[in-house]
Design a protein around this ligand. Structure first.
Ligand code: SF4
Ligand code: SF4
Length: 425
């Protein structure tokens, strides 16, 4: 038994089923990523992370646990990693992005639940993902109805702590969110046995801010006329940001950005001049969901920005680093997080403003509004998004999809027609 199999077996995983996943992932990664031309050398790091996705990082998390540390699994960009790292614990993203996990979720959830929730529940209950096995506690949130009920199901199998996210953005809601962050801090302190001090919190605020700044730098490179990196590569970096060691991720992403900035200076582009620049907006694309990026970028277009939680919503805005007491720091964290514009808020006009702003900054030619099947929130909000884009004269294509490949050829036809229309404008 090799080291990874021994680790997975010790985690109580279903090895037979998990081996099936391990067989298809390298092929999928090779088809989507390694077939691209002129990739930056700095992508080698992320290739390596994905190649051993269920090996390297899980082993690090277990090592942390063996030293007495705790690991918390999270599912939403509203859950503040800063508080978790300040208690010498590790936060890791757990959103499932593969169809492989969906049937396991469907055993306990209605079929008309979004694939992200079904995959996340299936990955835990089918015991086919080491991250879902390793996490000592899951942190849920009251964002959408499907998730709220999923926490109740998961809590029968693993400790789950749920944060009550307000769904409006009045001053009293920001205050309520700060109270929820304070309650999370108390829970994390109790669970880890470690105190969250102002010094510790200042360190972790910096740690996570630096990660956001590195991602912002990466995205800034995508604003350039000559594009030094594909959207597909940028997406996998955003996805890895959710579970990699934050300091190492920041270092490797900054190193990649050095190369990308040099490419911009040298006039190196991964696509021919004039390639239509597309922005995606909508529901998150959890790893390994690379479907739409692959379709767009093998149909003559290129993705330059994602207004998504696996995109700008994750890194825009920093937490104020000047606060000195835990109370002030928590208020600053709450203020930063409440600037994220998710469709679970009402009203959510800030998201429309963001999309219009990003369309200008990234010089986009067209927008694809992508919605995960059965996500009622983003589907409904698509009405406002698409209307605002039409009013602004930005071509928009609305797409609803899931993790299966059954609609891939239909999507390819629609995306191809959209890009052709942009080319003929
Ligand atoms: S789409 Fe909303 S609920 Fe989902 S991760 Fe993003 S902020 Fe959280
Ligand atoms: S995509 Fe929509 S339905 Fe799915 S978890 Fe996110 S907000 Fe909920």
């Amino acid at each position: 038994m090799d080291n990874n199999h021994k680790m997975w077996s010790d985690l109580g995983m279903n090895l037979e089923l998990h081996d099936q996943l391990c067989e298809v992932l390298p092929q999928a990664f090779g088809d989507v990523f390694l077939s691209q031309e002129n990739r930056p050398e700095g992508m080698d790091y992320y290739n390596m992370v994905v190649a051993d996705i269920h090996g390297i990082r899980p082993a690090e998390l277990i090592e942390h646990q063996n030293k007495g540390g705790k690991v918390f699994g999270t599912f939403c960009v509203y859950v503040p990693d800063e508080v978790i790292f300040a208690a010498d614990a590790i936060a890791t993203g757990l959103c499932g992005g593969s169809q492989f996990w969906v049937p396991g979720g469907e055993k306990v959830l209605p079929t008309n639940t979004c694939p992200l929730i079904k995959a996340s529940v299936g990955a835990r209950l089918d015991r086919t993902c080491p991250f879902f096995r390793i996490a000592d506690m899951y942190i849920g949130e009251t964002t959408c109805d499907g998730k709220k009920k999923a926490w109740e199901i998961l809590s029968e199998d693993v400790p789950v702590y749920v944060m009550d996210l307000p769904q409006m953005k009045r001053a009293k809601d920001v205050k309520a969110w700060a109270e929820e962050i304070e309650a999370l801090k108390e829970k994390v302190e109790e669970f880890t046995g470690n105190k969250v001090t102002a010094e510790k919190l200042a360190e972790s605020i910096k740690l996570i801010n630096n990660k956001r700044k590195a991602l912002e730098r990466l995205y800034n490179c995508r604003k350039s006329d000559n594009l030094p990196i594909s959207g597909t590569d940028a997406l996998v970096i955003s996805q890895i940001a959710f579970y990699d060691d934050p300091a190492r991720f920041t270092q490797m992403t900054n190193k990649l950005c050095d190369e990308l900035e040099q490419r911009i200076q040298d006039g190196v582009s991964v696509v021919p001049a004039g390639t239509k620049r597309i922005m995606l907006t909508g529901t998150p694309l959890a790893i390994p969901n690379w479907k739409l990026h692959n379709i767009v970028e093998t149909s003559g277009g290129v993705i330059v920005c994602e207004e998504m939680c696996t995109g700008t919503r994750y890194f825009e805005n920093q937490v104020d680093e000047t606060k000195e007491t835990v109370e002030e720091q928590i208020k600053a964290i709450a203020e930063r997080y409440m600037k994220i514009n998710c469709a679970c808020f009402t009203p959510n006009s800030g998201r429309i403003d963001d999309i219009l702003r990003l369309a200008k900054e990234y010089k986009v030619d067209g927008i694809i509004d992508v919605n995960l099947k059965f996500c009622n929130l983003y589907d409904t909000e698509g009405y406002f998004v698409e209307r605002a884009m039409k009013e602004a004269g930005i071509p928009v294509l609305g797409i609803e999809t899931d993790y299966t490949d059954s609609d891939a050829s239909q999507l390819r036809t629609r995306v191809g027609a959209f890009i052709e229309m942009l080319n003929n404008r």
